[in-house]
Design a protein around this ligand. Sequence first.
Ligand SMILES: *Cc1c(COP(=O)(O)O)cnc(C)c1O
Length: 349
Amino acid sequence: MSWGGIIQAYRDRLPLPEGAKIITLGEGNTPLLAAPRLVTALRGDFDLRLKYEGMNPTASFKDRGMTMAVTHAVAKGAKLVICASTGNTSASASAYAARAGIASAVIIPAGKIALGKLTQALIHGAKLLPISGNFDDALNLIRQMSNLPGVEVVNSINPVRIEGQKTASFEILETLERTPDFHFLPVGNAGNITAYWKGFCEALPQGPRPRMFGWQAAGAAPLVDGHIVKDPQTIATAIRIGNPASGPAALTAIKDSNGRIDKVTDEEILSAYQLLAQTEGIFVEPACAAPVAGLRKAVAAGWIPKGSLVTMTLTGHGLKDPDTALSLFPNAPSAIAPTLEAARKALGL
Ligand SMILES: *Cc1c(COP(=O)(O)O)cnc(C)c1O
């Protein structure tokens, strides 16, 4: 049977309204890639598998939650889906709304959205409302709008988003046919770490379960620092969040799994971002490199025993944010003559 998205695949494990019409773009069923060259570069000695969520229809994991949220919205008769977004939620919401034939509106921090994500929301016909504030301000506004008639909030404060996102854990366990020792992922609004833990708990009621290792950016690390961050700053815009909505649930996941929440600097993120692209051929957006940088730190600290099985979520595709990638290469190569001699000279052959 061909793949028909996560609701079709896991219908018995997802809450759905009676007779709901499923709104899907074929999300889920993403690759779980071994990454031996990256492990060697990190000087580790363990088995690393990368869940490449950039391969979803709108190129981030947000699609797993959005198929659920928009399916529920349509079943309730909503005419407009709204969200606050650092970018990927708006890209996903606008695509699934278009698929359902309903309208979408997205509230975004003005000037802080990666180019690819903004482009997606625009082309899918979303009404864009930039605000002079950050993501946390946008989410506050959304909470106030949630009771307007015909409107459905599709942020991860909507619990069906978490339900959809937990399916990534099911897929990891089915692919591996065993339980990873560790699971690494980036943490922003903390919905995804909450969802993965829920998925692992449901699929492995008796345990053992992976230890959850979540990574924040140093300039936006409220869960690590233990307080709200008023003006979060990081190049990893998808995790530039100072007051995570699912913070308490994330801390429970970390405690119950004997895991860890930690932070990495923008320099460490950018270095890991290039290392992943150049050792494994996998291009991600900067936020996804936070757990890669985290893994480097974990190896150096001796936290990953030899022979461990480590899984990691790469949350979104690198083409979402071409500006950050290009900024690492300020000197574009200049043109050469179209001759063998010039090509050999340029390549040192
Ligand atoms: C949304 C997002 C995150 C953060 O996920 P949370 O559930 O908010 O913690 C990380 N990376 C990417 C690419 C995202 O789109």
